[in-house]
Design a protein around this ligand. Structure first.
Ligand code: FAD
Ligand code: UDP
Length: 394
């Protein structure tokens, strides 16, 4: 067609937006983004709640952090960041502990003050029950790393809720390590840069798509218009890879999260952004109180109200939002087959969290899109190199 774009991008999350922005701004190419949700931005999308004035992350809390200089420089072109530092607490049997496991948690849990060396010796002794290399399931592996008491309090219930399975029935591969810090440092992330976009995620995401060469069509499902584009324009596809191939190799399974929100008539519900629910009998995994992510906006919030979300984790059925890939042998096998199909698919590159069936943090999705742009798209559009997918594992 006359007005055909130079590139079609399926999906307007951070991966798709980064690709579109680079193509438009760097190579002056026309990009059409189609997005099946009624808004752009993918899972990082947020809205300001009208009643409370609080920014609510519609698909779960999104904390930005990175140590990647290139990504940090890139994202700062579109937004400034606050100096927010993420901290997480966990409730267990009527007490609140500071996570990740650190000296404060160890002292409080065992009811005694330990020097760093004493705490190290204590955990080593408790962990000697199993050897890590002999662990046959997640429970044994966790005990071999941190010992049974801390495992039973902080890992067992939470993990069982997150996966709807007894940790004894989960693969030891799901956890590689469980960090215990022998200091009072309770910052959640270790990265060099951390913060939240000053005027919100949606403002940031919208600015990425502002270039005149970029058109975004929301509310359009690729599969309803695929015939217009397939084989005619190069495509970067960031939807679920199994859906693209009509589930030819079977469905890849995902976990989803039900987010149940509530406006409460209290000024402050929990005093912090995220509190994990480590008791097994509490049905949700954690409670989010969004106002605490932006204390600098305090004077813009409606007094006496707060916005709280509880997360309930479950297996994703057809029609649910796919959130977390499930790392089992069966899924890994299917993924390899989809990778082969993706490699053979002409003029289509697969990327992003859904396109690669990999949990990617925002900074990883952006880094991966920047590298697809440099290694695949630029050589194709500038030097005429063949557009070849490396499979879904770019
Ligand atoms: P997405 O954001 O999922 O975007 C893909 C888009 O493609 C979606 O908008 C979808 O609607 C669209 N799409 C799919 N199929 C089609 C189709 N057929 N036609 C048209 N459009 C289609 N990262 C962090 O760095 N920090 C965090 O704290 C963090 N928290 C998270 C919490 C949760 C619950 C989840 C699920 C993710 C979190 N992430 C976090 C990860 C972050 O959301 C991802 O890194 C980011 O969304 C990846 O962007 P993406 O473009 O690959 O995918
Ligand atoms: N986890 C846990 N207890 C906690 C927090 C995390 O057992 O209090 C384990 C659990 O197995 C979970 C994994 O660590 O699946 C990752 O949890 P986290 O909440 O950090 O991940 P997110 O859901 O934020 O990606």
């Amino acid at each position: 067609p006359d007005h055909a774009p130079d590139l079609l991008v399926v999906g307007s999350g951070f991966f798709g937006l980064t690709i579109a922005e680079r193509m438009a701004a760097e190579l002056d190419k026309k990009v059409l983004i189609i997005e099946r949700r009624p808004h752009l931005g993918g899972n990082a999308y947020s809205e300001f709640d009208a009643e409370t004035g609080i920014e609510v992350h519609k698909y779960g809390t999104h904390l930005f952090h990175t140590s990647n200089e290139k990504v940090w420089e890139y994202v700062n072109r579109f937004t400034d960041f606050t100096n927010y530092q993420h901290r997480v607490f966990g409730k267990y049997q009527g007490q609140v502990y500071s996570l990740p496991m650190n000296l404060a948690l160890i002292n409080q849990f065992f009811g005694k003050s330990h020097t760093p060396d004493e705490a190290r010796a204590l955990i080593a002794q408790l962990a000697s029950e199993f050897k890590t290399e002999d662990a046959t399931n997640l429970e044994e592996k966790a005990i071999s790393l941190i010992g049974r008491p801390l495992y039973e309090a902080f890992i067992k219930g939470y993990t069982a809720k997150q996966w709807e399975k007894d940790p004894k029935d989960l693969s030891p591969d799901i956890i590689t390590r469980l960090p215990v810090r022998y200091t009072f440092d309770n910052r959640y992330f270790n990265d060099k840069y951390e913060g939240l976009p000053v005027d919100g995620y949606t403002a940031w995401l919208t600015r990425m798509a502002e270039h005149p060469n970029i058109e975004v069509r929301v509310g359009v499902d690729f599969f309803d218009v695929a015939e217009e584009f397939k084989g005619k324009v190069p495509i970067v596809y960031t939807g679920p890879v199994d859906e693209y191939f009509e589930y030819a190799e079977g469905r890849l399974s995902w976990r989803t999260v039900d987010l149940k929100s509530e406006v409460l008539d209290v000024e402050d519900y929990q005093g912090t952004g995220v509190v994990n629910a480590n008791d097994p009998e509490v049905p949700f995994t954690r409670e989010l109180e969004f106002k605490h992510l932006h204390p600098e906006r305090a004077d813009r919030y409606t007094p006496g109200k707060t916005f709280v979300v509880r997360e309930y984790s479950r297996f994703a059925e057809e029609g649910d939002e796919p959130y977390y890939p499930i790392n089992t042998a069966d899924n890994r096998e299917k993924l390899l087959k989809y990778r082969d199909l993706a490699k053979a698919e002409p003029m289509v590159l697969f990327g992003g969290r859904l396109g690669t069936y990999k949990y990617l943090d925002m900074h990883m999705a952006i880094a991966s899109a920047l590298s697809m742009f440099e290694n695949k798209l630029r050589p194709h559009f500038v030097d005429g190199a063949e557009l070849k997918s490396g499979g879904v594992d770019e």
